[in-house]
Write a protein that binds this ligand. Structure first.
Ligand SMILES: [Zn+2]
Length: 218
């Protein structure tokens, strides 16, 4: 995965840059393109297969970067968002300094921020947001499986087999529902395990509620 601007373009004036589909911002790329000088304003955008997938307006200040954009969840209402991302500077051995982002959530020093939920966050915080989205998906699938199981008078546990066809139900209907329940249960289980695994990579990190994913638009 390239950073923001890989294969993209940027110019002053209209100040627009196009990057890959990942909604990320790489401070090294910004530095390389001389975008970190205080007073710089620009628009960062991302696209996939030539289609813009998101954009944010950006203003560089002395010790921070201000992002402006609209965000919405899965076709919901657009909401104006303003996010401030502090800079950290470390000295280099050979003189000069390097500029980093401070993740607005965990305040860790990072080079890349990822669009996660409503905000731009470091990889770890992004992963945790992703894990909680996957958990929601997992719960939805398991609830779907359990609903079908109730209809079939089968055990609610997705680990139990569905053995008996309710009286008066057609065999064809029973087979179809049984397969649907198994499929939803299996998928929900796999997604839930993958989300748990992702979350376990970050045990010990405290994270409050972060809004779920959605779209960004400058
Ligand atoms: Zn973070």
């Amino acid at each position: 995965m390239g950073g923001l601007g890989s294969g993209g373009w940027f110019r002053y004036g209209s100040k627009k840059s196009t990057a890959n589909s990942q909604h990320d911002i790489d401070i090294r790329w910004m530095k390389k393109n001389d975008m970190l000088r205080p007073g710089t304003t620009c628009s960062l955008s991302w696209s996939r297969r030539g289609k813009e997938t998101g954009s944010v307006s950006c203003r560089i200040e002395e010790n921070q970067m201000a992002l402006h954009y609209r965000h919405r969840l899965h076709g919901g209402e657009w909401e104006q968002v303003e996010q401030t991302i502090p800079f950290a500077r470390t000295s280099c051995n050979y003189g000069g300094h390097r500029t980093w982002f401070l993740c607005p959530h965990c305040m860790k020093r990072v080079a890349i921020l990822y669009g996660a939920g409503k905000y731009f966050l470091c990889r770890h915080c992004h992963d945790l947001v992703y894990a909680s989205q996957q958990e929601d998906r997992s719960y939805r699938l398991i609830r779907k499986a359990q609903k079908i199981r109730r209809r079939l008078n089968a055990p609610g546990s997705i680990a139990e087999p569905i053995l008996f066809k309710p009286k008066h139900m057609h065999q064809k209907t029973f087979d179809r529902l049984k397969n649907e329940a198994y499929r939803a249960g299996d998928e929900g289980w796999m997604i839930g395990i993958a989300a748990l695994d992702r979350r376990l990579n970050h045990v010990g990190e405290r994270l409050g509620a972060i809004p779920r994913s959605g779209q960004f638009l400058a």
